[in-house]
Design a protein around this ligand. Structure first.
Ligand SMILES: [Zn+2]
Ligand SMILES: [Zn+2]
Length: 312
């Protein structure tokens, strides 16, 4: 491996290829609508049509234990069909397995917005027709899915079985990997919203794609950053000027600029834990050559990419 790449991996805490340690693989890093977004004619979206390497799938993560081949999906995005191919070779049922074995040892959902659960339909009878897969959600999210079509059919037909997650209670996925749900404030038309603290044998990683604003306990960045080795956080917008013609107060997210401000006086070791994902198609950090991307780099924080691996 070239020294430059090895150094980058070491600095980032990324899993080295061929590692047998558990890791989190990012299957997508865009906001719910994906990048490029439907019918968007802005330069950022046109650039991602011209160069497919710039395009990003909708936010989703895969916890992989390479030794056992087990894997757990975080959020079932509308891009799940492509993401299952993207995740080939990262655990999952044996190629020779008969029937329609579960594609994941479990699925964990954060909340009921389009980008985070629409992909569940790919597991139903019109598509994969999966054998029963455990689905972990908050109680309100579980009720919403079981009580409303088309989701209810996935349970009635035995493709999914829903289990409640309780805030602050650890769910042991394997002897060395666990997940703890953390409730976060986010507009909730159908469900509440969770973030996940993922604990591996070596490292603890926060997965927080959606939050309305940094307030309450989240204002004390030094305290909560200290609990984690890496934090994937809501980077939907860079600042408040991104969506001309739309009322951004209706879709609140903490802008990257304000998050950078909140961490600017922390030591470099803490700032470097911050990784932005859930990027809206309007976000200038989608262009690695933009001044805003340079500002993120200068801060010590990073912008995630599809395929990023974070060691657990
Ligand atoms: Zn979202
Ligand atoms: Zn949301």
């Amino acid at each position: 491996m070239p020294t430059r790449i090895l150094l980058a991996l070491l600095l980032s805490g990324c899993a080295a290829p061929g590692s047998t340690s558990p890791y989190l693989l990012l299957l997508g890093t865009a906001q719910d609508g994906g990048y490029p977004q439907i019918a968007c004619r802005q330069p950022l979206c046109e650039a991602a049509r011209a160069d497919k390497n710039l395009a990003r799938h909708v936010v989703s993560g895969l916890i992989v234990d390479p030794q056992s081949g087990s894997r757990w999906l975080i959020d079932a995005s509308p891009d799940l069909r492509a993401q299952v191919e993207f995740a080939r070779g990262h655990g999952g049922p044996a190629a020779a397995a008969k029937g329609r074995p579960p594609l994941f040892d479990g699925i964990l959902l954060t909340h009921a917005h389009m980008g985070h659960y629409a992909g569940l339909l790919q597991l139903g009878r019109e598509a994969y027709g999966s054998q029963t897969t455990p689905l972990y959600t908050s109680a309100s999210m579980g009720r919403y899915l079981r009580d409303n079509g088309p989701w209810s059919l996935l349970f009635d037909a035995g493709h999914l079985s829903q289990l409640d997650l309780k805030a602050g209670e650890t769910l042991q996925l394997s002897p060395t990997i666990s997940v703890m749900p953390i409730p976060v404030a986010h507009r909730g038309e159908f469900s509440d919203t969770l973030a996940f603290a993922i604990q591996g044998p070596e490292r603890r990683v926060l997965y927080l794609p959606d939050i309305d604003r940094w307030d309450g306990a989240w204002l004390d960045f030094a305290a909560w950053l200290a609990e984690f080795d890496a934090v994937l956080v809501d980077g939907t917008f860079f600042d408040g000027n991104e969506l001309p013609g739309r009322d951004m107060s209706k879709i609140p997210h903490p802008p990257i600029a304000s998050t950078l401000k909140a961490i600017e006086n922390l030591p470099e070791s803490e700032r470097s834990k911050v990784i932005f994902f859930h990027l809206n198609h309007s976000n200038p950090v989608l262009d690695p050559d933009s001044p805003q991307s340079a500002r993120v780099r200068a801060s010590g924080a990073r912008v995630a990419w599809d395929g990023m691996q974070i060691e657990l």
